[in-house]
Design a protein around this ligand. Sequence first.
Ligand code: FAD
Ligand code: PHB
Length: 401
Amino acid sequence: MTRVQVGIVGAGPAGLLLAYLLRRAGVAAVVLEARSRAYLEQSPHRIRAGVLEWGSKEILRQAGLGERMLAQGLEHRGVYLAFDGALHRLDFPTLTEGRSIWVYGQQFVVQDMIRKHLEEGGEIRFEHEVVGLEADAEGLALVYRSAEGATGRLICDFAVGADGSHSGLRSQIPGVRVHQKHYPYAWLGILAEAPPAAEELIYASHPRGFALFSMRSPTRSRNYLQVGVEERLEDWPEERIWAELNLRLGGVARVEPGPLLEKSLTPLRSLVVEPMQHGRFFLAGDAAHVVPPTGAKGMNLALCDAVLLCRALLAYYRRGEEGPLLRYTQDALRHVWQAELFSYFMTTLLHTPDDPFENGLRLAQLRHLAESPHLQRFLAENYVGLYTSGRYAFWEEGVPA
Ligand code: FAD
Ligand code: PHB
């Protein structure tokens, strides 16, 4: 049995950033992670997100976690929409007062955080699966099972569930409400040893369905196809995937096939958990909210929660203030709902529905977007991250020191 100030479940972007920032500020935190370090850092099942908003890039840079990102990540100053056989570029600096985004894989972000946190004396217990949360006279206890099958308890002042979209811990909040929406789409994703379709991302809307052309480096592409939720990976041999990707580009660019390093299916859904806390227990990241990947917001929200929660915990430990902790759900849900709105907007704007009426509305909006600086600005400022602009001045305060 060990006692710490903050016990964190899950070594994803949310749990790792929170643990790292707390340790740097002198608060003792331990991370319990069900998987091994090798799985988190190397498994093709953990490739996931690739886009960092302006504010997320700043969080990592200011926290001292940005060295490799700045050296190897790709700064993108725009994005393409492709439809009706034409390319439309949105220029981020023009539309957002100088901002841009960074293309840098989530698995690299996780590797960087684990390495830095361990090097600086932080503690992550890999292969420790949390199976329960109990409250007793001493505080909260996270009950875990280690790889060897031994069970143990981590006693803490505060516990944080950063255990991802299938969170087992969210049910620990009495009366929790889960607002959820399932879309009739899934994404078939590939990572390939092949040059990207263009130097910036292409979001392509085609009568056959949506396709996204992203990348991890100038020689490695990450592409996605809208497919039905009932489809199986076996039905998509490599040649079919490449042919479909090229069809959906509608002639505006081409992808050259290359060896596949990963192939996955992800059903699209939106989910918001309310409240995100109970007593001394808090949720952060995908455990509290899930967005469809079309807006590239999931990892960014996870980092944003970690900063908010860290700030609230430091206000308590340094000054005995409970207000920021009590307001955590309210503060976090403000940016969560913005990201939910944008992710829903991008998903309905770009995916081809079965219903011809809905499709007509969608195309009308897409064509309006190509003409309207106002709509382009809405898209661009959400894409680079709203909480970095004056109106949502969350970011201006910087990372907790
Ligand atoms: P996770 O990264 O899921 O981490 C949770 C951790 O908790 C895991 O390591 C898990 O093993 C551990 N865990 C779970 N249960 C337990 C337990 N009982 N005990 C101990 N440990 C446990 N987001 C973006 O911002 N941009 C994108 O471009 C983007 N693209 C995406 C593409 C795809 C195909 C997918 C699937 C996701 C994408 N996302 C994107 C979403 C992004 O990956 C997630 O939002 C992000 O991983 C959330 O981080 P997290 O720390 O909350 O959770
Ligand atoms: C990715 O590169 O994996 C990626 C990029 C943009 C998205 C989703 C995923 O909207």
